[in-house]
Ligand binder design. Sequence first.
Ligand code: PEP
Ligand code: MN
Length: 346
Amino acid sequence: MAGDGSPELLIVMGGSATADEVGHVVERLEEAGVRSRVTQGREATVIGAIGDRELLATLPLEGYPGVEQVLPILKPYKLVSRELAPDPTVIDVNGRRIGDSAFGLIAGPCTVEYREQTLETARAVAAAGATMLRGGAFKPRTSPYTFQGLGAEALDILREARSETGLPIVTELMDPRHVEEVVEAADVIQIGARNMQNFLLLAEVGRADKPVLLKRATSATVEELLMAAEYVAKEGNDRIILCERGIRTFERTTRFTLDLGSVAVLKQETHLPVIVDPSHAAGRRELVLPLARAAVAVGADGIIVESHPRPEEALCDGPQQIPTGEFAAFAAAVAALVELMGKQIG
Ligand code: PEP
Ligand code: MN
């Protein structure tokens, strides 16, 4: 494992360990050429030691003042694992929060089609209490003959929607060549299902100074999703929101099979917030509310939902988009359940 930067050990400090004692451990690790990551938990401070296993073995870690326990990190994912940070991560995007008791309600059109369509949607979802605006500028389409998104022009429309409504923008990055313009415009960079294992793209957003919304690929395991998140975190960006959006199974009555079990597993395995996309999983608008409710009940930290002023005219994913005129009722139904779970819409 030498030199690959994976954290090998968790150093758990005792409940009464002082900041100096934590600092002392970090200094000894640094002297030995081992990087560290300190997580201030509610119950204890945990130091992840990142570096050469053999080097680590030479340090008398257990003898340092304040150290309670030294444990190996057994999971293949390290930085995103719950072992490293036992408390949930809360991601703050311009004052809108996701994680722990804050539930994110991200809504907007599948695709930015034209200015009025996006602004109308942004106003409607903002008025209904959405916390962020979604909208694709660069679209990953199954067919090369369908609308591929407005690209840079869409980013300008999203900027306008943000300045009018105050909602942070979530938009997808598909290509490393677009990193600069998308990272500049977005408040949260979406990595879509089709790019979940585009490792170069993951490393790019790992170096960006914006949170990342990472969607599960349709045939990826939970472990593969967590390893993809690890690629982002390894580059230094640990503001990652994971998203379950349905996987491919033999079932054809829904567009994809929403794997709610994975949400429960992810909540145990990682400290990162986990949200659900009921729109792409359902494929039909009448199923979006029941799946959204199920997501809240299973413990998701938010949902990302598609809405359009006139879904019958939508250039992409019309059948699953909630008409903006119905969005307030949808949001109220979700909010009722969020409250029942002891959370607030962030
Ligand atoms: C989207 O959210 O716009 C999208 C394309 O979703 P997915 O990557 O999950 O298919
Ligand atoms: Mn869509």
